[in-house]
Design a protein. Structure first.
Ligand SMILES: *Cc1c(COP(=O)(O)O)cnc(C)c1O
Length: 502
């Protein structure tokens, strides 16, 4: 879906795993509900009953998506809150019963699972964080071995939001049932996309904005058998069977309900359509040198593709893809500045994690979107690959001319910056210079800036300016001075280099 807005081309949206556009029919429904007379679903009068009727109709739509009884759905503000309520609520209830409860989860879970689990650790709960295999899957035997007396919850993502890897829920459920341990599933990325049935599951979280509904509304399914094993975390007027206090957001809930119904209606057709789009994209990208699929090749959701492009620098790759809106495993994209812990857990090193792209598709994605994505990634990748350390030193045309050439390099892939200059010499002066660079766009720009100043200079006394001057010339922030120093190191190596006949 590429929309023209005020004559400007809006980038193709390929970030459905972060949030999906609201379905027009859902937006319309929400507007209708907002325009109705006021009514609090908890109130006794007619207006309150009207709001309650809307909420209960939506509750039935939401429940139907996961094969649940409507009475077992608790509305929350989204999957983050659902995960917190499921995990903290269950562990605190176990703490209240005495003893030292134990919670098991996976290293590649969403932060809204890992953070409450870590917080519980400081509150007297034992925690086991299992590692997935290199394809991202949790092995059922690994899980079984981690269960012990006192294990009060296993929390597992159904579909991973970064890689699209889909866990074998049936196998995990068998292990949990055998050991009588309740299972919590974060189904934010699978609800409405993969078949889901809550039979046997104690708790299941999902959220409206990943499936065409509005942001800020989600649900937690609580199995009747688990209701006595979970404590409310938000206290007040006892809404949602005492599990989540707060006035119900009628318009949000109505939108969520309709989004669930629409998602259920088109699920199978959409899954096949998105799978075909995703596969077309992967077939076009997999032959790019250094391309590696992240996650299991088959056990995956239809709409998510995560690829590492080894040997090209992530920030430059991302910066070049101006016509696409997508996510990366790179520092510049994830505001934390850290490489993706999910990709690291799958065995990618820091540089590889940062050179990864996640494309996620959904209801408004089109064949044209994929064509745009393929062309953009191929274009930027080719540009970066041609100057990457994986390529031979570019000496074409220098054979037999002048005095020969000299090389100078500095930095390393694992540091995120690497630079190599090659200079053709004539009478001790630089006749022509070339550069290969693996680094951020600022580093690349500074290399080009330096390169333009080398011809004509004596090799013994190169004076292309100072790192600070280059930084200012390419308007790089002060933090990039370190990268500029690597360029200076490469030039110093060039001066010390051995002259070789080309
Ligand atoms: C988006 C997402 C969440 C958080 O959902 P919110 O409704 O934004 O709080 C949790 N888990 C997964 C797997 C997600 O993809």
């Amino acid at each position: 879906m590429s929309i023209e807005q005020e004559g400007r081309r809006v980038p193709v949206y390929l970030d459905y795993a972060a949030t999906a556009p609201v379905e027009p029919r859902v937006a319309q429904r929400m507007a209708e509900v907002l325009a109705m007379p006021p009514g609090n679903a908890a109130a006794n009068h007619a207006a309150g009953q009207a709001a309650q009727a809307l909420v209960e109709a939506a509750r039935a739509q939401v429940a139907a998506l996961i094969g649940a009884n409507p009475a077992d759905i608790v509305f929350t503000s989204g999957a983050t809150e659902s995960n917190n309520l499921a995990i903290t609520g269950t562990a605190r209830a176990a703490l209240a019963r005495g003893g030292k409860p134990h919670v098991i989860t996976l290293a590649t879970e969403h932060k809204s699972v890992l953070e409450p689990v870590r917080a519980l650790e400081s509150q007297g709960v034992a925690v086991t964080i299992l590692r997935p295999d290199a394809s991202g899957l949790l092995d059922a035997a690994t899980l079984a071995a981690a269960i012990r007396p006192g294990t009060c919850l296993v929390s597992l993502l159904h579909v991973n939001n970064e890689t699209g890897v889909a866990q074998d829920l049936a196998a995990v459920l068998r292990v949990c049932a055998e050991h009588h341990v309740p299972l919590h599933v974060d189904a934010s990325q699978s609800a409405g996309k993969l078949p889901l049935d809550v039979a046997g599951i104690a708790l299941l979280s999902f959220t409206a904005h990943k499936l065409g509904g509005p942001q800020g509304i989600g649900a937690l399914y609580v199995a009747p058998a688990h209701r006595g094993c979970i404590q409310a975390q938000q206290l007040g007027g006892g809404h949602e069977r005492g599990l989540r206090a707060g006035t119900l957001a009628t318009h949000q809930i109505a939108g969520f309900g309709l989004a669930c119904e629409l998602a259920a209606q088109r699920r199978e057709v959409e899954a096949a359509r998105l799978r075909a789009l995703r596969d077309r994209l992967w077939l076009a990208l997999r032959d790019l040198p250094g391309a590696m699929l992240n996650g299991h090749p088959e056990a995956r959701a239809p709409g998510i593709l995560n690829v590492t492009f080894a040997g090209v620098e992530g920030e430059s790759l991302f910066a070049g893809l101006e016509e696409l809106t997508l996510s990366t495993g790179s520092a510049c994209n994830s505001r934390s500045g850290e490489p993706s812990y999910v990709l690291r857990a799958l065995g990618r090193d820091t540089a590889q994690a940062q050179s990864s792209l996640r494309v996620s598709l959904g209801w408004a994605s089109t064949d044209d979107d994929i064509s745009t994505a393929i062309a953009a990634v191929q274009r930027v990748h080719t540009l970066l690959w041609n100057q990457s350390p994986a390529r031979p030193v570019p000496l074409q045309g220098w054979e037999g001319v002048a005095d020969g050439h000299v090389l100078g390099e500095a930095g390393a892939l694992r540091l995120g910056t690497w630079v190599r200059f090659a200079a053709l010499l004539e009478n001790g002066r630089v006749k022509e210079a070339r550069v290969q660079v693996y680094g951020c766009p600022h580093t690349a720009a500074a290399c080009r800036h330096v390169l333009a100043r080398l011809p004509g200079q004596p090799l013994a006394a190169l004076a292309p300016g100072t790192p600070e001057e280059w930084r200012v010339a390419v308007t790089a922030p002060v933090e990039k001075l370190g990268q500029m120093l690597i360029i200076e190191d490469a030039l110093a190596a060039l001066c010390r280099g051995q002259i070789t006949r080309t």
